[in-house]
Write a protein that binds this ligand. Structure first.
Ligand SMILES: Nc1nc2c(c(=O)[nH]1)N[C@H]1C(S)=C(S)[C@@H](COP(=O)(O)OP(=O)(O)OC[C@H]3O[C@@H](n4cnc5c(=O)[nH]c(N)nc54)[C@H](O)[C@@H]3O)O[C@H]1N2
Ligand SMILES: Nc1nc2c(c(=O)[nH]1)N[C@H]1C(S)=C(S)[C@@H](COP(=O)(O)OP(=O)(O)OC[C@H]3O[C@@H](n4cnc5c(=O)[nH]c(N)nc54)[C@H](O)[C@@H]3O)O[C@H]1N2
Ligand code: SF4
Ligand SMILES: [Mo]
Length: 652
């Protein structure tokens, strides 16, 4: 028996270290690596389920082609030659950017980026911009700090107060929880700001339940109270920040009661929050991605960042506004990874506006699409319009392990390898600064191929010699992409394999107060809430907020694979909603928005705020699909999907 060191590749904050015990090319046990910090010997239910997915009888083991509406298994050489010929034909008849590319983070390994190198060498294709996930907040971090960097989880133990703002680690970021528990035992205030009394809120010392999309107002109200009482760091704002005077002027001119009224809290509650944050230095804010899935999402996050600066909690132990962390990524050669200089087009579409693009500029232009590591039919906003736009594309190729709703609508589906069948390099872009070059646990299942092999075969068929010369094999690809990292740590790729390591130097970001912004300083937002747009008119006909959050036992749609056909998705609401709409726990109700309607089962949950319905995202079309209700649209910054700007009503 051998022990193989690998990692969870899911799009999760944690990127856990996994140990697989392997005997005769068969995995006999999988566990969280006990010796690894953060993972600490345990995996969440999704991590445990990798083995089930690896061996699932529903896993695709042959390329599939749709012939007269029916799926037919075809051999790999046929799939490669037909898809390759089509790519050549489209490029000759139109241009390479008549092909569209769509990917998410279904698998975080960097080896999977070989497709981008392939398509850039092909001439460049129509690429996605914007984000379904953390785009607005990410752009906000870049505007204010010049980059998105997070404090080391251990550093939170130095905080006197930790505010968990719109994140639900008990569900989404499980390995943060032991740090929070330890901090709480040490006497740290654990404060949660959310719309829902989540399990995280239940373990906190203080919970502030606010109205949807009111975070910017709450942050301004806190700032106003701090500014009026002189309770702020003159040192930081005078020496390390830009735009402070303009920020202060705007906040000074605001009326406290009017901004407080937007939040659902009282002035006294906000004073208490200020006392917990500004009087208890060092204090950390750990931000989640809920508050930025709104039209004003970028502004919301920038105003929260401003609190960190105002209170002088930036660049100090126990402080920070922790949101995302692309620290390790700075040592990856992105140009090599994607061969970006080879592209001869900069054609692009905004992801959460895919249907709009397809009915305008893309209508005549787009002749084919490649979808990978994602299930956009159910995960993009506005499913009905996405289906309409997607089905119109004449040539659709999906790479996945399973026949997802997106795969179902394609023309070809190519089955690819699973993390346990691969060597790949992984790091977290969301939270910690660890990385790992994984070991392969077992041979790939018969009939599946790695993305690297698939694109190599296509390149051979299409005689793309430049690509084949530059990227001869997986190992040189990783070596090229990781050259800056390997040089920095003075190790070879072989030497790092199987060792999960931390890229040192980022425990307390911005300690030197040299920011990555154009001014080199922290940049205060100059808020202009008068220009923000809210759904006031829609609210007259659709008075309930429809908020979608991450499902506890699935990574988005991935573990909804096994839900029973026809099972209705649950929506949760409180007694006030039940009373207003004359419904009861367990009732079958139709939830309608301006974009569509779905049948659901109503569940009472007193932890949810007023006039809000909550559902998990990830439900497949066989279970209605919650994004039939959400609308297309992009946030103020970062092209972020505005899933939570969704108003609805109930028809019993
Ligand atoms: N189990 C599980 N874990 C996951 C995932 C999964 O699918 N399942 N997905 C992973 C991915 S890709 C991501 S991006 C992360 C996301 O991780 P999180 O950010 O923790 O999760 P979300 O559910 O997106 O939202 C967090 C919280 O924001 C709250 N919220 C919504 N609107 C507002 C608002 O206006 N103000 C405030 N203050 N709070 C608001 C929601 O009620 C929710 O509790 O989770 C990762 N982890
Ligand atoms: N309403 C609503 N919608 C949301 C959200 C929300 O909060 N509310 N959250 C959004 C967020 S945060 C995110 S990140 C997105 C996620 O959107 P997606 O990433 O599209 O969602 P997943 O369901 O995780 O789909 C990933 C797919 O990748 C496949 N996959 C896994 N490994 C591999 C591999 O090695 N190769 C290939 N080719 N495929 C692989 C899986 O089988 C799965 O089908 O959804 C967004 N959608
Ligand atoms: S999904 Fe996240 S918490 Fe669960 S095993 Fe994977 S990395 Fe760890
Ligand atoms: Mo995400």
């Amino acid at each position: 028996m051998k022990i193989v060191k690998t990692s969870c590749p899911l799009d999760c904050w944690d990127i856990c270290a996994i140990e697989a015990a392997v005997e005769n090319d068969c995995i006999v046990e999988v566990r969280g690596d006990a010796e690894q910090p953060i993972t600490n010997g345990f995996l969440c239910v999704k991590g445990v389920k990798h083995l089930e997915r690896l061996r699932s009888p529903e896993r695709l083991t042959s390329p599939m082609k749709k012939v007269k509406g029916e799926w037919v298994a075809i051999p790999w050489d046929q799939a490669i030659s037909e898809i390759g010929d089509k790519l050549i034909e489209i490029k000759n008849e139109s241009n390479s950017d008549a092909i569209m590319y769509y990917a998410e983070s279904g698998h975080n390994g960097i080896l999977k980026n070989i497709d981008q190198a392939f398509f850039n060498t092909y001439g460049g294709v129509t690429m996605p911009q914007g984000n379904l996930c953390f785009g607005a907040g990410f752009a906000a971090q870049c505007e204010d700090f010049g980059n998105a960097l997070s404090h080391d989880p251990e550093d939170h133990l130095n905080s006197k107060t930790i505010i968990i703002w719109g994140r639900n680690p008990v569900t989404t970021n499980l390995h943060l929880v032991p740090y929070l528990k330890k901090a709480k035992e040490q006497g740290t205030n654990i404060v949660v700001i959310d719309l829902i009394e989540t399990e995280t809120a239940q373990m906190a010392t203080h919970f502030f339940q606010i109205k949807p999309e009111s975070d910017g107002f709450l942050a301004m109200a806190m700032a106003k109270i701090m500014l009026e009482s002189g309770n702020y760091s003159t040192d930081f704002v005078n020496h390390n920040a830009e735009n402070f005077a303009a920020y202060k002027e705007k906040i000074d001119a605001m009326d406290l009661d009017s901004i407080v009224a937007k939040t659902g809290l009282t002035v006294d509650q906000i004073r208490q929050l200020v006392a917990l944050y500004a009087d208890q230095k060092p204090a950390a804010i750990i931000l989640g991605y809920g508050p930025q899935r709104y039209r004003n999402g970028g502004n919301n996050v920038r105003l929260i960042n401003a609190l960190g600066a105002l209170s002088g909690n930036i660049g100090i132990a126990g402080g920070g506004v922790t949101y995302a962390n692309i620290f390790v990524l700075q040592w990856v050669d992105g140009d090599f990874l994607s061969n970006s200089q080879a592209a001869k087009t900069d054609s692009a579409y905004i992801k959460p506006l895919f249907p709009e693009y397809m009915s305008a500029a893309g209508k005549e232009k787009i002749k084919g699409i490649f979808v990978t590591k994602s299930n956009p039919i159910v995960q993009m906003p506005n499913t009905n319009k996405v289906i309409e736009a997607f089905t119109k594309i004449p040539f659709k190729v999906v790479l996945d392990h399973f026949m997802t709703d997106t795969a179902q609508l394609a023309d070809y589906v190519l089955p690819c390898t699973h993390i346990y069948e691969e060597e790949d390099f992984l790091h977290s872009a969301m939270w910690n600064s660890y990385f790992i070059y994984t070991q392969r646990a077992v041979a790939p299942r018969a009939g599946v191929k790695s993305e690297f092999e698939i694109y190599t075969l296509l390149a051979k068929h299409m005689q793309m010699s430049e690509f084949l010369e530059k990227y001869p094999n997986e190992k040189t690809y990783l070596e090229g992409a990781l050259a800056p990292l390997l040089k920095d740590i003075n190790m070879t790729l072989d030497e790092i394999q199987g060792k999960r390591m931390k890229k040192e130097g980022n425990d307390i970001p911005w300690q030197d107060k040299k920011f990555g912004t154009p001014s080199g300083k922290f940049e205060f937002i100059v808020p202009d809430p008068g220009s923000w747009f809210f759904d006031e008119e829609i609210k007259a006909s659709y008075p309930l907020h429809f908020i979608t959050i991450q499902p506890p036992d699935s990574l988005h749609s991935q573990h909804f694979l096994d839900r029973v056909e026809g099972q209705l998705p649950f929506v949760y609401g409180n007694q006030q909603v039940a009373k207003d709409w004359r419904i009861q726990d367990g009732d079958e109700i139709t939830v309608a928005s301006p974009e569509g309607k779905i049948k659901t089962l109503f569940k009472l949950n007193e932890g949810i705020g007023e006039n809000i319905l909550v559902a998990y995202n990830g439900w497949w079309l066989k279970n209605q699909g919650v994004n039939r209700l959400t609308s297309s649209g992009a946030s103020d910054l970062g092209g972020q999907a505005i899933f939570n700007n969704c108003m609805c009503k109930i028809n019993k």
